[in-house]
Design a protein around this ligand. Structure first.
Ligand code: FPP
Length: 250
């Protein structure tokens, strides 16, 4: 399906994270209501999921709804919740048939009960799949994630299971939502803004970041190939000198 990404010829990031921005502006440019932009955004997400699976990306994390998105007008929030429910109903079997494991990160207790149930069912149905993990960040915020990790750790200290001196970076990582997954290698943000917007604050510490003006509904496999080419050209040093990294000093 995707012709311009050759997995053998370029180094494909193992974990790709995307801030899908620009649905509303795309709708406005096309004289359509914002919900039409979100519907077009779902189609775009479908294309990108397919392209990433074909390129053998291991984990794709999509920022679908942030902690701050609750502050949008109730009408838009409700429409988005209904859209997520509809998308799960329609797409989970297709994802399952294609070997994709679906996982969710975020404050799921805040979501409508029916959506929580669909999420749980989708996770259970696809749990054994291993071709690619599609991680949907819904009601997610990086600060929320770090806060819930601190709470879990503090509760263990409180219960006498852990000493304060025993808390280190690895322990914090293990209590974050992406505990079982490697950090994203590449973050893509569409829609022209150049910020991280409270996404995976801890896990993006060393990610390469590719910003594009393309609005999410029209982001396609050619744009994805450009992002992968940008990634290929980066020399990832993780705070070391270039020659240390080349010598495998990490
Ligand atoms: C971004 O555009 C919109 C969102 C992050 C909300 C929902 C995302 C989708 C419907 C896309 C894919 C969904 C799934 C379930 C994979 P915006 O509204 O911030 O656009 P604007 O900045 O142009 O107003």
């Amino acid at each position: 399906m995707i012709k311009n990404i050759d997995n053998q010829a370029c180094s494909i990031p193992r974990h790709v994270a995307i801030i899908m921005d620009g649905n509303g502006r795309w709708a406005a440019q096309n004289g359509r209501p914002r919900l039409a932009g979100h519907r077009a955004g779902v189609k775009s997400a479908r294309r990108v999921v397919e392209a990433c699976a074909e390129a053998r990306v291991e984990t794709l994390t999509l920022f679908a709804f942030s902690s701050e998105n609750w502050q949008r007008p109730a009408e838009e929030v409700n429409a988005l919740m209904r859209l997520f429910i509809e998308v799960l109903q329609r797409e989970v079997s297709v994802l399952h048939d294609n070997g994709i494991r679906l996982r969710f990160i975020g404050a799921r207790d805040n979501l409508p009960t029916i959506l929580q149930k669909r999420i749980e069912d989708a996770e259970n149905k696809t749990a054994a799949n291993s071709r690619m993990t599609l991680m949907l960040a819904v009601a997610f915020g990086g600060r929320w994630d770090i806060t819930q990790a601190i709470r879990q750790i503090a509760a263990k200290v409180d219960a006498g299971e852990l000493k304060v001196e025993g808390i280190d970076e690895a322990m914090v990582s293990r209590h974050l939502s992406l505990a079982l997954y490697d950090d994203p290698d590449l973050l893509i943000r569409t829609g022209g803004e150049k910020r991280v917007s409270n996404f995976l604050l801890w896990n993006l510490a060393y990610s390469e970041i590719h910003f594009t003006d393309t609005l999410w509904p029209v982001f396609d496999s050619v744009d994805l190939a450009s992002a992968f080419e940008f990634f290929r050209q980066r020399q990832r040093r993780f705070g070391q000198l270039g020659n240390q990294k080349e010598a495998g000093a990490d």
